[in-house]
Design a protein. Structure first.
Length: 321
């Protein structure tokens, strides 16, 4: 089979190499999955760079989110078991972690309903308790993680403010349903949020960016608001001033979605059922901005790493295109 291998750490376009290799052999409790589509996530870039919290042994195949077919014919979604990731014709996955692919979505959309939407659902509902009528601010609203949070916020009845970088991404955020869109390249984010909320601020802030975005969050969160820390795509991990949280009465909530797979896997399945229902009703639909063949995966991962993508880029196998 064909698979992308990373033999040394570095930028994805430099260290990912397409090779002809043997199909992987599943271990105990694992299954072989024929990959139909693999979505590109920012952690794939971090894996290539050796900067992710998980560091699989070299060489490995990146690709942390797939839709595929099991040997008994089931169409499933899930996270491959590294080092046999999804940027290959076949991957290996833990049988217990696989979920049925929603019938209402195609392969690329189904794969994208997993990490980003699970993270959004747990962040907004389990951690922040978002309620209808509240204001939700989403950083990087046109990206893969942010776009999922925008759709989930709208489905929950919130007013959604999307912060993006650039006019093209602003247009995408509007199409996603943001009630207010702020281009951080052209506007003062703090002033714009205060103007949009009548000076009150946002009840829930969803931050996969960190760095300057977190600083803006602390300045724009409402009384008894909640800041959900999802990741640090900016590359800068902020050091929050806890006295500020005390003075303004807001909460800082961490979210590591992957922990639920071991700490409370029943909740992951419950979340998937909720997401499947929302997708069937048309309330959410993953934004797939590009579909590329397996041979273009390295360039596509680099595009995500550089922050030049919107929504999700999907690597789609030829027979599924």
């Amino acid at each position: 089979m064909q698979a992308w291998h990373v033999h040394e750490n570095g930028e994805p376009s430099e260290v990912m190499r397409l090779a002809e290799v043997e199909r992987p052999t599943p271990g105990d409790g694992q299954v072989l999955v024929r990959v139909r589509a693999a979505n590109i996530n920012f952690p794939d870039a971090l894996l290539c760079r050796g900067q992710y919290q998980i560091r699989p042994p070299l060489p490995f195949t990146p690709g942390v989110e797939i839709c595929g077919e099991t040997e008994d014919g089931r169409r499933v979604i899930g996270n491959p078991a590294l080092p046999y990731g999804g940027f290959a014709e076949y991957a290996v996955a833990d049988a217990a972690a696989l979920l049925p692919a929603p019938e209402s979505l195609d392969d690329a959309e189904a794969a994208a309903l997993h990490i980003g939407y699970q993270t959004g659902w747990f962040g907004l509902h389990r951690r922040a308790g978002l309620e209808a009528g509240e204001t939700l601010l989403v950083h990087a609203a046109a990206g893969g993680v942010g776009s999922a949070a925008v759709q989930l916020g709208k489905a929950a009845g919130a007013t959604v403010i999307g912060v993006v970088g650039g006019a093209d991404k602003a247009a995408v955020a509007r199409e996603l349903g943001c009630d207010v869109v702020i281009d951080r390249h052209a506007e003062d984010v703090v002033a714009a949020v205060k103007e949009a909320t009548g000076g009150r601020g946002a009840d829930v802030i969803y931050d996969p960016v960190g760095g300057a975005a977190y600083t803006q969050s602390a300045k724009t969160v409402a009384f008894e608001g909640r800041i959900v820390v999802v990741g640090f795509a900016s590359g800068t991990i902020p050091s929050p001033a806890l006295n500020h949280a005390l003075v303004k009465n807001y909460s800082i909530l961490g979210l590591h979605w992957g922990l639920y797979n071991t700490k409370n896997p029943k909740l992951v399945r419950h979340c998937h059922d909720q997401l499947t229902d929302l997708a069937a009703r048309g309330a959410i639909k993953p934004l797939i901005s590009e579909r590329v063949p397996l041979g273009e995966a390295a360039a596509a991962v680099q595009k995500v790493a550089d922050g030049r993508s919107t929504g999700r880029i999907a690597v789609v196998m030829e027979e599924a295109r």
